[in-house]
Design a protein around this ligand. Structure first.
Ligand SMILES: [Zn+2]
Length: 234
């Protein structure tokens, strides 16, 4: 990638208050920019570059320095939370669909129940005052998924035999990413040493990519299994 010469970057104390969410990232903050200025930041080094290039939540990380300030930032964060909530919701529905393939009454009830729970989780994440509150907002969804996995593990559910370990790895990676992000590690141990590369948010991004790949690895054989599976007569 050819890097352009960027504008002079700011340190933590001189960045706008709504961008001071990680006090262990000391330098590399972009100055307030127009929309095209934010786009231009795709091509020079700053402390959000790694986050932009390692994730689907590109819009939030790319435009968070927009000159519209905290109202624009709040909307971008809401959009980001909607994305997380959609992945958590749409990712789990095929798992429930396969797990309860032979339970014609319970399956639609569980699908609707999980969707409603996701609505509540999404709203709580949107209105959460902190990173840890946002992580907790998705806790009920994770609990419901664990219930589904548990049912499957003890033989109450159906599905492809190799898919359950993928789903467990999926949630383990997502949880680990969330905890690393809340703990602000490793930059807490070396403030300023991970400003550009290797900080907690980037690690969370990479772990969440791994989590989604585990979902894919589990869901594809699961759906194929369910399509071919004949349920025993009652
Ligand atoms: Zn992010």
């Amino acid at each position: 990638m050819a890097f352009l010469a960027g504008p002079r970057l700011l340190d933590w104390a001189s960045s706008p208050p709504h961008l001071q969410f990680n006090k262990f990232v000391l330098t590399g903050y972009r100055p307030a920019s127009s929309g095209s200025g934010c786009l231009r930041s795709l091509f020079y080094l700053h402390n959000e570059l790694g986050n932009i290039y390692t994730h689907a939540s590109v819009l939030y990380h790319l435009f968070m320095c927009h000159q519209g300030g905290s109202p624009v930032y709040a909307r971008l964060l809401a959009l980001d939370m909607c994305g997380v909530c959609l992945v958590n919701t749409l990712g789990a529905l095929p798992i429930i669909h396969c797990t309860l393939a032979c339970r014609p009454w319970l399956r639609p009830a569980a699908l609707v129940g999980y969707t409603l729970l996701s609505g509540v989780a999404g709203w709580r994440a949107l209105t959460a005052p902190s990173t840890s509150a946002r992580l907790r907002a998705f806790g009920w969804q994770a609990g419901a998924r664990l219930l589904v996995f548990g049912a499957r593990g003890v033989g109450l559910g159906s599905g492809a035999p190799g898919s359950l370990p993928c789903y467990l790895r999926m949630d383990a990676l997502a949880l680990l990413g969330g905890l690393v992000n809340v703990a602000r590690l490793p930059e807490r141990w070396g403030p300023g040493r991970f400003d550009y590369w290797g900080n907690s948010h980037q690690i969370m991004h990479l772990l969440s990519v791994g989590s989604i790949l585990q979902l894919h690895a589990g869901v594809v054989p699961d759906l194929l299994w369910t399509a071919r599976h004949a349920c025993p007569p009652d």
